[in-house]
Design a protein around this ligand. Structure first.
Ligand code: GH3
Ligand code: MG
Ligand code: MG
Ligand code: MG
Length: 323
């Protein structure tokens, strides 16, 4: 079944994005003929902020650095090949996606076609008409803003979909999506892979005694201690209510056991603040640990063995690591 746009969290664009007129942009005008920029810059300045740069090397430097919404480049610079400048702007990471508007002489079709091939977004023929200049600039700026808006909203929708809102750790969906990949990488590289399930002991009674908000505080604090004790390549996720999973690439049973034990102690030895620090409570965890045994073992089996180990840790009295 296909998900509806509501379910994946894609929303209609904000009103102001649709209504954006494309004014108030930052424009860099690259032109070295005073007669040209002395006329064009004031026109653009009626609606935008404009910088003029006659030196092409400086222009690239500013463009890469300046957060411009639009580059307007003369293809008929006195001292440089404007086409070359456009092509350089297109190949630089920082300027690749900045809209590019070319100014071209009416009699130079070849140059114009080359410009479009290089990736110029639009062009104006000289003598430049005032209203056309403003209209084309606005169109490019509007398009850029809309692209940014889409990029940001896709990004945040994606992040929301893989993040647990309470703790900021990855959620179960992300873990399940990535576990197989991590296991495959381990198998291909011939490296070990360790996985632990961590479960807060008697968490229900923390809720019952101190309230659900205090329970949430404990979960957040626990997540923060987990974050401090894992490496960048480890994957930490909230697996369920008060259950967390840490997947550790390139880590064998022995080392994983040491890490798990250190984490268990970091929980048990330092009380958790609740009620905005007004109170502190003792918290312990139980940990079940397992490692990928053979290249071909399904990663679900590792998860199952870690869960069985966790069950034994609970059964044997809690506040312990079992592998
Ligand atoms: P055990 O030592 O055997 O793990 O006992 P337990 O009480 O920790 O385990 P149990 O599975 O019985 O209870 C887990 C509790 O976690 C029950 C549920 O209400 C609570 N819980 C689940 N999600 C959340 C949450 O997001 N916030 C809070 N405050 N509590 C939650
Ligand atoms: Mg339980
Ligand atoms: Mg528990
Ligand atoms: Mg549990």
């Amino acid at each position: 079944r296909a998900l509806t746009s509501c379910e994946i969290g894609v929303q209609a664009p904000e009103r102001e994005v649709i209504a954006d007129e494309g004014k108030g942009g930052r424009i860099l005008l690259v032109e070295d003929r005073p007669s040209s920029y002395e006329r064009l810059a004031p026109i653009l300045a009626e609606e935008h902020t404009v910088d003029v740069e006659p030196d092409p090397a400086q222009a690239l430097f500013h463009a890469a650095d300046g957060n411009y919404d639009l580059l307007i480049v003369s293809l008929n610079l006195e001292n440089y090949d404007g086409l070359r400048l456009c092509s350089q702007a297109r190949s630089l990471e920082r300027t690749r996606n900045v809209p590019l508007l070319a100014l071209s002489n009416a009699d130079n079709n070849v140059q114009l076609l080359r410009g479009l091939e290089i990736g110029v977004n639009d062009y104006l023929l000289r003598p430049v008409d005032k209203n056309e200049l403003l209209a084309r600039a606005r169109t490019q700026i509007r398009r850029r803003r809309y692209t940014h808006y889409l990029r940001d909203s896709v990004q945040s929708t994606f992040e929301m979909a893989i993040t647990d809102p309470l703790t900021g750790l990855h959620n179960r969906r992300y873990l399940e999506g990535h576990l197989a990949t991590l296991a495959e990488q381990a198998a291909v590289r011939g490296k070990p892979l360790a996985l632990m399930i961590l479960d807060i002991d008697y968490f229900k009674s923390i809720n019952d005694t101190h309230g659900h908000d205090a329970g949430d505080d404990v979960l957040r604090e626990f997540a923060s201690r987990i974050r401090k004790s894992v490496r960048g390549i480890d994957l930490a996720a909230r697996y369920g209510g008060e259950e967390f999973v840490i997947v550790m690439p390139e880590t064998d049973q022995h080392v994983a056991g040491i890490i798990a034990e250190r984490l268990r102690r970091a929980i048990a030895n330092e009380a958790f603040p609740i009620e905005k620090g007004a109170k502190q409570i003792e918290v312990t965890i139980s940990v079940g640990l397992a490692t990928l045994e053979t290249k071909h073992e399904p990663v679900g089996d590792v998860l199952k063995r870690a869960d069985q180990a966790l069950y034994r840790a609970k059964h044997d009295g809690r506040n312990r690591v079992v592998s």
